[in-house]
Write a new protein. Structure first.
Ligand code: ATP
Ligand code: MG
Length: 231
């Protein structure tokens, strides 16, 4: 990795179709996200937002074109090294059976208790964790059935924060939260992650007022790029 490009994400003429599929779901996408920027990816359901972030994590390889992280083609990087650099909160957040604490430490074994508490606080999860009799030692049931959808999302966000990566990707990570919790969480994240690269996927442009750049997808095509007030 090139240190001066740490936190940079670039797409160069990327097209993608899922293995075995006929249709391209991303078509000739190019953009650059500079280190430390907060960028929104917006578009209707099925427009290709999750697919786009999947290519950054290299869950799939671009069919054509190049995806670069920190200035390096992701195909040239060990998957493990790539994923260490990225804190990813998937659209469907997941927990494993084990304590809340072990779930939050996943990806960073050496995290201290203080870091874990701080991450939970930012993710607006501290209150409900502390209401549980065993707090951070609460056992998560198989499949996370003993926490609500919104709690699961907040734990998943806290996990990404504990990891302290250089790039954060939030794929519709606030969809199960009430308005006030979402607002508080977004404010905290803005403060905490102001020097990190942050990619936020959302269906609504209204949630992206503070983004440095918004990328608009429609049916796999990049149809707009700019600031909130320009779109
Ligand atoms: P949403 O807002 O509903 O999450 P999205 O913008 O994230 O939508 P994607 O999930 O990226 O959209 O899907 C883009 C297109 O790719 C859709 O037509 C979808 O059906 C297709 N698709 C998504 N995942 C797969 C897959 N694993 N295999 C084949 N096609 C897929
Ligand atoms: Mg999606």
């Amino acid at each position: 990795f090139d240190e001066s490009k740490k936190g940079m994400v670039e797409f160069r003429n990327v097209s993608f179709k899922y293995p075995g599929a006929e249709e391209y779901v991303l078509k000739n996408i190019s953009f650059t996200i500079l280190p430390g920027q907060t960028v929104g990816i917006i578009g209707r359901t099925g427009s290709g937002k999750s697919t786009l972030v999947n290519l950054i994590l290299r869950f799939y390889d671009a069919t054509e074109g190049q995806v670069l992280v920190d200035g390096v083609d992701v195909k040239e990087v060990k998957q493990e090294d790539l994923r260490k650099r990225i804190g990813y909160v998937p659209q469907k957040s997941w927990l494993f059976s084990g304590t809340i604490k072990s779930n939050l430490k996943y990806g960073r074994d050496d995290a201290t208790d203080q870091e874990i508490v701080e991450a939970a606080e930012i993710a607006q999860a501290l209150e409900f964790i502390n209401e549980k009799p065993n707090k951070f030692d609460t056992e998560i049931a198989q499949g996370g059935t003993n926490v609500s959808g919104g709690q699961k999302q907040r734990l998943s966000i806290a996990r990404a924060l504990v990891k302290k990566p250089e790039i954060y990707i939030f794929d519709e990570s606030f969809s199960a939260l009430d308005f006030r919790t979402e607002l508080a969480l977004r404010r905290k994240l803005r403060e905490k992650l102001k020097d990190s690269t942050v990619i936020m996927v959302s269906q609504r442009v209204a949630t992206m007022m503070h983004a440095d750049q918004i990328i608009v997808l429609d049916d796999g095509e990049l149809v707009g790029i700019g600031k909130h007030e320009e779109l």
